[in-house]
Design a protein around this ligand. Structure first.
Ligand SMILES: Nc1ncnc2c1ncn2[C@@H]1O[C@H](COP(=O)(O)OP(=O)(O)OP(=O)(O)O)[C@@H](O)[C@H]1O
Length: 728
């Protein structure tokens, strides 16, 4: 049995992980896989290179495979536990409810996070006949609740029609929109007892066990109707007990728990069964079970490839993934969609285009995954994500609840938390560090570039072409103006980059520049300084999709030594055993520091990240939306406060922000760029696993031996004790 199988993963998937040399699940995988397999929504915050992609791809592949197998064989789905109303007779319904109200998988807790509107839900079973029934509802969060009883004819906004009888947290009872004072207000932690006396045709309530008196007389014409527990919430949460566990305040007086109503007194709610839902049970070929959104083409392609590798042994039925990214002919994608697909991996724009045109249907989607979620939100896709989420049915036709999975190495962002509150259903955080952090496998240092101390820029025989910001400034070594120093930094950074490469004998590195133009200039300079020695390619938004793909491939295959890129490649790119990365300039966004340096030190291999940081302000391009050409041939070197296209970039401030965000001080090295070997944890070979440390399987077993021995001893002791007691 492979280690992954012990986490409930299919043997076929386990075999594929073995072939990938994934001996043990990483920490994030060990936590997230069971949660996802169990039907939960998950927010996965773990360091770069910690295996988040596998953590969601494996359980998704497994559940999708099981779902299509069940659909093909006509079996009802096992997934979702008690989600299907027909399976668990006394729960709140997953079907007879408003969309914005969520129900936990056990069906006993309802939550609505909508501030402005009420959203309601009814139970899966109701009661009728001459008897007295009781259930309890506990308020588990701030917000407004109304709880009580309604018939099948009632609307879900309890108490606003003739068929619903509700008691609200503000101390009002309501039926048919008639709101009258009743009992007293209730709120968080209060327990409301809901009593239905079908002998006397009365509805009454209790608060924390105290009787509040008869609230309603039920009209005679409803005598033979079935009454269902019902609730309506506004940004609130309630927990229900239908009698499966002890009541907090048992009602006495002949009332019985609703779940004890025998078959002569209970009936299933016809609106609570999957069949009552509109979605057809057999999905159309273009209705995937999972949608995975990635912020860039490269990442989408990488995740797609990982799925392809992991599904290698999953056959009969075959799980068909599809990559939907820009730059690929729409006709090709349409043809694939018609052949039948199960998992779609794509970038937001192309995905929405295909969904809006009906070429991708969302009727059977049960996984909605946002990889690098904070990047998607920062790129302005919040509305798009909300729109797509709204279109996906929250319960599939086979009774499974939509699961949302959100991940990033920098998930601790305000906008992510807001989105999770808005869209996710009781999500669990898989958060190993509790804050954004850098893996121990990444050694990262900064080198200060100070043109006042290092004046070598004044005598360069060959120099990097700069971004032209200072083309019309009076730049001269005798005039140490801010402009001269800024230009000097640009020249020095070209030299320091070469020095870093030479010092560490780098023959593989990813180099980040701030702009596309800076990338092009560095590419040209490295080629100028030594064709083969500094062979390189670029990856940025101005390069055509096929060139981007080709360049990334040639770097991965080690046909070139250096990949020069903008932040388009900051996230997620997984290049096996990459030993080095260089930041020519710190990123504008502090989170991207974590992502950029996380291109090295992945999957337990060691990596070195060097950041060049200017000690003086550097004037750089910043093309706002007012720039008509969006930077192309722009020569407006005025500052942005007068709608120009330049800013003064202050890297010392940025460094401070990064350090504060990560709560660390990043080690500085001098301009030789030498990294003292013992400053970290002894000599390591960048790009290789650190054999002295790590959690390799052999090491892991050794670490566990004493604990297992202790456990065996304890077990022996307890069993002997037990046997001794038996003898006595
Ligand atoms: N259980 C495992 N054992 C060994 N290697 C693994 C395991 N799981 C994943 N990997 C490898 O670790 C590398 C990083 O994985 P992945 O790209 O999923 O990281 P990530 O957490 O998504 O990083 P980022 O935040 O940078 O996107 C990949 O090369 C992957 O094949």
């Amino acid at each position: 049995m492979t280690a992954f199988e012990e986490f409930g993963v299919l043997p076929e998937l386990g075999k594929a992980t073995d072939e990938l040399d994934w001996t043990l699940p990483t920490d994030v995988q060990a936590e997230a896989i069971p949660l996802i397999l169990g039907g939960g929504d998950v927010l996965m915050a773990a360091e770069t290179g910690s295996g988040k992609t596998g953590a969601f791809c494996l359980p998704i592949l497994q559940i999708v495979w099981e779902t299509i197998r069940d659909l093909q064989s006509g079996k009802p789905s096992k997934k979702g536990g008690s989600a299907a109303g027909a399976v668990a007779p006394w729960t709140m319904s997953f079907f007879d409810r408003n969309n914005a109200l969520a129900v936990t998988p056990d069906g006993l807790r309802c939550q609505s996070r909508e501030f402005k509107e009420w959203h309601g839900c009814r139970a899966t079973t109701g009661v009728y006949g001459k008897a007295k029934f009781y259930y309890e509802a506990t308020v588990t969060d701030e917000g407004l609740c109304r709880v009580g009883w309604s018939t099948q004819m009632a609307n879900l906004d309890l108490g606003t029609c003739r068929y619903g009888f509700g008691f609200g947290g503000t101390g009002k009872k309501s039926n048919n929109r008639q709101f009258d004072d009743y009992g007293e207000a209730f709120g968080k932690a209060d327990v409301v007892g809901c009593m239905l006396d079908l002998q006397r045709l009365e509805v009454s309530f209790t608060k924390n066990g105290a009787a509040l008196g008869v609230a309603f007389k039920i009209p005679e014409n409803l005598r033979n109707d079935t009454f269902y527990p019902a609730v309506v919430l506004k940004n609130a949460e309630m927990l229900f007990n239908f009698g499966k566990t002890d009541f907090k305040y048992p009602p006495g007086n002949g009332y019985v728990a609703v779940c004890q109503a025998g078959p002569d007194h209970s009936a299933p709610n016809p609106l609570a069964s999957p069949a009552a839902n509109t979605a057809a049970s057999k999905p159309a070929p273009n209705a995937p079970q999972a949608i995975i959104i990635e912020p860039s083409r490269e990442l989408a392609e990488q995740t797609y490839n990982q799925i392809e590798k992991l599904k290698r042994y999953v056959t009969d039925p075959d799980v068909r993934p599809l990559l939907l990214i820009g730059g690929v002919r729409l006709e090709e994608q349409k043809a694939e969609l018609q052949k039948g697909i199960h998992i779609v991996v794509g970038t937001p724009g192309r995905l929405e285009e295909l969904i809006n045109s009906g070429l991708v249907q969302l009727t059977h989607c049960r996984f909605f995954v946002l990889d690098e979620a904070d990047a998607l939100l920062k790129q302005g896709y919040t509305d798009l994500i909300d729109r797509l989420h709204k279109q996906i049915p929250k319960i599939t036709s086979d009774g499974c609840r939509l699961q949302m999975i959100v991940c990033s190495a920098t998930l601790h962002a305000f906008e992510v938390k807001k989105m999770a509150e808005r869209l996710m259903h009781f999500p669990t955080w898989v958060d190993l560090k509790g804050e954004d952090a850098v893996p121990e496998t990444v050694h990262h240092v900064v080198c200060m570039v100070d043109p006042k101390i290092d004046t070598s820029w004044q005598q360069l025989r060959q120099s990097i072409r700069t971004d032209g910001v200072h083309d019309h400034d009076n730049i001269h070594p005798t005039n140490l103006s801010p402009e001269t120093l800024s230009q000097a930094v640009k020249l020095l950074k070209g030299e320091y980059c070469i020095r870093a490469i030479d010092q560490h004998k780098m023959d593989r590195a990813i180099i980040f520049c701030r702009t596309k133009q800076d990338c092009d200039n560095l590419e040209q300079y490295l080629r100028l300084r030594g064709g083969q020695r500094y062979s390189c390619v670029c990856l940025h938004g101005d390069r055509k999709p096929h060139e981007r793909k080709q360049n990334l491939e040639s770097f991965k295959r080690q046909q070139v030594k250096f990949l020069i890129c903008t932040d388009v490649a900051a996230r997620g790119l997984d290049i096996t055993g990459l030993p080095f990365m260089i930041n020519i300039t710190l990123p504008d966004d502090k989170c991207n520091y974590v992502h950029r340096i996380g291109r090295v030190g992945r999957a337990e291999r060691m990596g070195l990240a060097i950041s060049l940081v200017s000690t003086v302000p550097e004037k750089v391009w910043y093309h706002g939306e007012w720039c008509k050409t969006r930077g192309r041939n722009c020569n407006n070197t005025n500052l942005t406060d007068v709608r120009g296209c330049c800013i003064w970039y202050n890297e010392l401030n940025l460094l401070g922000e990064v350090e504060e965000h990560l709560n660390i001080t990043i080690q500085q090295v001098d301009k030789s760029l030498e990294v003292p070997v013992n400053d970290f944890d002894g000599k390591v070979v960048y790009g290789q696993k650190n054999l002295n440390k790590g959690t390799g399987y052999v090491d892991h077993v050794e670490q566990l031996v004493p604990t297992v021995r202790k456990l065996t001893d304890l077990e022996l002791q307890s069993q002997s004790l037990f046997l001794k007691r038996l003898k006595v």
